[in-house]
Write a protein that binds this ligand. Structure first.
Ligand SMILES: Cc1ncc(COP(=O)(O)O)c(C=O)c1O
Length: 389
């Protein structure tokens, strides 16, 4: 609390009951540290962002938009060009698409549109924690679903929750952090059997897995898919996401959605990205290769490691807190997930290109051996200015 806030003349406003259940916001972020020109060169591998900038098309599209200087006007509220581009990319009609300010906003919109306060959302844990925040903030009850093995889909646990009054099931696929993927056959079976439940498939990492439920939304309107430009397309800073759903579901979401919420620059940038899908696919191929290589290297070092279908892997150590701190001291930022249910000892690492991962493995070796001196300069030849892929 600042000194001045003790002297307010009226009380500090209290949030509503739902928001009172939330933990204080923790703004800790390694972004600034990762942008500093320090030695060794920072490796930001904690938020599953792309480690490379987006296609040059994206920057060009922003420049073109700026050169027209229409910034005094609100964005195209129908998001016509971008919805057409997403339609070509996904193969679904433009009436199946709603563009949002990042996919986080899509998740929140879906929860607020379809769920009444007090209703129950099923969430296999561990999970993407922001979804839980949105749901609690909307006054929902969270039914945590524990799988026998957190790395394997557990149909019995899902069925028990579905039979137990759950109105929505949140399925990140691939799941963050476990990497579990929910295949269309299973989702279709559940959607048919539990027709009053909404199955929310968060496909933020779809481009890395290649597995989707988007083709099901026409036949099963209770399946809703969200996607993002933040991961494989490398545009986390621009905030563009979208919903793929039955046209009537899109029409319902549009009642609450603020159509001005996707900035015109962001719309133009995403169109630019979709005009160069090849660039994104090349990055995805590189990440997949580096992912398997990294797991292999960790296993060779005697560290238990798991691959996923996304742009991150997990590794297991006895002292995750110290290990993360050791890497942090070497300017390598990863995410300790060991306090999540079933994740004792597990650390999550974003996978970038081979250049990034060679350095990551080198720094892991340093932490393992407990000596800083063993960073080999040749392993640190990564340019300060990030290259395109
Ligand atoms: C599973 C999952 N969903 C959604 C998001 C947020 O994506 P966006 O940047 O589109 O809001 C993330 C980000 O890490 C995520 O891991």
């Amino acid at each position: 609390m600042s000194k001045d806030s003790k002297h307010t003349l009226t009380p500090i406003p209290k949030p509503n009951k739902a928001v009172q259940t939330l933990s204080p916001y923790d703004p800790a972020n390694t972004r600034d540290a990762s942008l500093r020109k320090t030695y060794p060169v920072p490796l930001k591998l904690d938020w599953n962002e792309s480690t490379r900038p987006p296609s040059p098309n994206v920057v060009q599209a922003i420049r073109n938009h700026l050169s027209k200087n229409h910034l005094n006007l609100y964005p195209d509220i129908a998001v016509k060009r971008l919805r057409m581009a997403i339609s070509r990319y996904t193969g679904l009609g433009a009436d199946h698409i709603l563009v949002t300010n990042g996919s986080d906003s899509a998740l929140e919109l879906i929860v607020r549109t379809f769920m009444d306060p007090g209703s129950v959302v099923g969430v296999p844990v561990p999970t993407y924690s922001h979804f839980v925040v949105f749901s609690r903030g909307a006054g929902l009850q969270i039914r945590e679903i524990m799988y026998q093995d957190p790395f394997q889909v557990d149909w019995n646990a899902l069925r028990a929750a579905l039979n137990d009054g759950v109105s929505m099931l949140y399925l990140p696929s691939p799941s963050n952090p476990t990497g579990i993927v929910y295949h269309g056959e299973l989702v279709k079976r559940m959607a048919r059997r539990f027709e009053n439940v909404i199955f929310l498939l968060d496909e933020a990492y779809f481009e890395f897995s290649g597995t989707t439920c988007a083709h099901l939304v026409d036949t099963y309107p209770n399946i809703i898919v969200t996607r993002t430009f933040s991961k494989a397309f490398g545009m986390a800073g621009l905030r563009v996401g979208y919903v793929l759903a039955h046209p009537e579901v899109v029409a319902t979401l549009s009642k609450l959605h603020n159509p001005k919420s996707v900035a015109s620059l962001n719309q133009a940038a995403a169109v630019g990205a979709l005009e160069d899908v090849e660039y994104m696919s090349t990055y995805v191929k590189r990440v997949r290769a580096a992912r398997e290589w990294t797991v292999d290297q960790l296993l060779k070092m005697g560290i238990d490691a798991r691959t996923t279908h996304a742009n991150y892997i997990l590794f297991h150590v006895d002292n995750p807190h110290d290990f993360v701190r050791g890497l942090h001291d070497l300017n390598c930022f990863v995410r300790d997930r060991s306090s999540m249910p079933g994740m004792d000892g597990w650390i999550r690492v974003t996978v970038g290109t081979m250049d990034d991962m060679r350095q990551f493995v080198n720094r892991v070796a340093v932490v393992l051996s407990g000596t800083r001196q063993s960073i080999r300069p040749s392993m640190n030849a990564y340019p300060n200015k990030p290259d395109l892929i």
